[in-house]
Design a protein around this ligand. Structure first.
Ligand code: NAD
Length: 489
């Protein structure tokens, strides 16, 4: 794979392949085989300075284009991305273990769709507006303008989707950007560079460097970065917010979660059986919105445990490249150990393993953990409070609707949730009482067209929808005075 990708010692910066400034490298390990598949250069502080400089140099011309001109570029970018969809999907599967069909959707198809969606918004957006002033005669002309250079930092779990949800709206708004994929994505980062090269965006408009900690720190602290768009853990998000806040730039934080799925007595259990367990276990549970706290009222509790167990036991763990595989390995060996430890600690504190477990059979090689269902868990137990980021779901009994809401909200996080009931109005009423940025009724699906993000420890700001594009703009106001004697106002 490495040979086919090329440029493993270089970064795509300023429209060219530039050699890494330092000697830092990382071995990319295939989590399904534990074999090293590539060794790649990782960006350091000097690379961050060069990438920001390139984005800064490109900003005046890019931000001066009309929305329609930027839309033309984004559509071309989408076409080229789509032509490489299979390649990038497979590379990310190799880097982090997501089954290849799923990766083709999230890392191949979805970014191209995201680019097209924002191209359309850029083409149709009203670029300025005149308002009748309240205090003087004339008009107030409001023109939102691009914020400047954006730094986009993403994790490895949905690598390309989470980069696209930053670069697509930022580019549509007229910002230029430095994107920092996770170090784990050192190979796919080069494929993104090749896509950019082929898409022929003006040099410096998008720069891509899989950077290490020095790179990330330098990027976030760089005074020429106007806005940081971050997806990742709550701890790192807080660190970034402090740095960015200190220099009065702005930050969007898409952080961790521990989302609740509330199943009420009248729920259609066929729908629940089909659609809820994948929300808990998708991508081996390495999904920020994973609904890993299932809260069930008394009439359905046993059935809900059963259907989660059936789903867990029906999973086929194996190579992400085998089309029969439904669940791949965890992304790294360290992640597998964290998940196994969390299961063991929960059991020590009285949790009952209904399926899976720390030592359940899994393929011999690779960072696998069996999908695990736990009962006998209280809402305040660590396993119900902390994000595990693995295929572990807890089922908690609620006395009634109010108790279910109480349990759902008994979390430091507020990213996502769902309510399952035959009565949509009852479901929506209950959904509105859940402290989370997005809640589904009888299903759950984030969408490019609707704002996405969390409350509480799950972050601030929103991606997706027109709201994301607006967030990369700064409104500027021009007061236009009318001194003619009969002017209105
Ligand atoms: P992480 O915070 O360790 O890393 C995320 C990114 O930040 C990586 O690119 C990493 O290199 C970079 N980074 C690490 N330290 C940094 C620093 N000090 N300054 C700047 N950048 C730094 O997260 P992870 O463990 O790789 O990813 C999983 C987490 O991401 C989970 O908590 C998950 O819930 C969250 N996540 C959230 C969303 C969302 O939309 N809310 C989506 C996906 C994942």
């Amino acid at each position: 794979m490495a040979g086919a990708v090329g440029h493993l010692r270089e970064f795509f910066v300023g429209g060219r392949w530039e050699p890494a400034a330092g000697d830092l490298t990382r071995r990319i390990v295939d989590p399904a085989t534990e074999e090293v598949v590539a060794e790649v250069s990782i960006g350091e502080a000097a690379d961050a300075a060069a990438a920001v400089q390139a984005a800064k140099a490109a900003f005046p011309a890019w931000s001066a284009l009309t929305g329609a001109q930027r839309a033309d570029h984004l559509e071309r970018f989408a076409e080229v991305w789509e032509a490489h969809a299979e390649e990038i999907g497979a590379a990310i599967s190799r880097e982090m273990g997501m089954p290849v069909g799923m990766s083709g959707f999230f890392n191949g198809f979805a970014p191209a769709q995201m680019l097209r969606y924002y191209a359309q918004l850029a083409r149709t957006r009203v670029e300025e507006e005149d308002r009748v002033p309240a205090y003087f005669r004339g008009s107030a002309r409001i023109r939102p303008t691009a914020a400047g250079v954006v730094a986009a930092i993403a994790p490895w779990n949905y690598a390309a989707t989470l980069l696209a949800s930053k670069f697509a709206p930022a580019l549509a708004a007229g910002c230029t950007i430095v994107i920092k994929p996770a170090e784990e994505n050192g190979v796919s980062a080069r494929i993104i560079g090749r896509i950019l090269d082929e898409a022929d965006l003006p040099p410096g408009v998008v720069n891509v460097v899989p950077g290490g900690p020095d790179f990330a720190a330098a990027l976030v602290a760089n005074p020429d970065v106007a806005r940081v768009a971050f997806t990742g853990s709550t701890g790192v998000g807080r660190t970034i917010a402090r740095t960015v806040g200190e220099r009065l730039a702005t930050v969007n934080l898409e952080l961790g979660g521990k989302s609740a799925a509330v199943v009420l007595d009248d729920a259609d259990l066929d729908v629940v059986a089909r659609d809820l367990p994948p929300l808990a276990f998708q991508n081996s549970g390495q999904t920020c919105f994973a609904q890993t706290r299932v809260v069930a009222t008394p009439g359905v509790y046993d059935a809900v445990v059963r259907l989660l167990v059936d789903h867990a036991q029906g999973q086929r763990l194996g190579s992400p490249f085998d089309t029969a595989t439904t669940m791949g390995p965890l992304g790294t060996g360290a992640q597998r150990e964290r998940v196994r430890r969390a299961i063991a600690e929960a059991v020590d504190r009285g949790a009952v393993v209904e399926a899976g477990g720390r030592d359940a059979a899994v393929p011999e090689r690779g960072f696998y953990v069996a999908p695990t269902v736990l009962t006998g868990v209280r809402s305040r137990d660590d396993v119900a409070q902390q994000e595990i980021f693995g295929p572990v779901v807890v089922v908690i009994a609620a006395e009634d609707d109010d108790d279910a809401v109480r349990i759902a909200n008994d979390s430091p996080y507020g990213l996502a949730g769902s309510v399952w009931t035959a009565d949509t109005a009852r479901g929506l009423a209950l959904a509105r009482r859940i402290e989370a940025g997005t809640v589904g009724v009888n299903g759950y699906q984030p969408d490019a067209a609707a704002p996405w993000g969390g409350v509480k420890d799950s972050g601030q700001g929103r991606e997706n929808g027109p709201e994301a594009l607006e967030s990369y703009l700064v409104p500027r106001t021009y007061y236009l005075f009318d001194h003619t004697p009969d002017a209105p106002g």
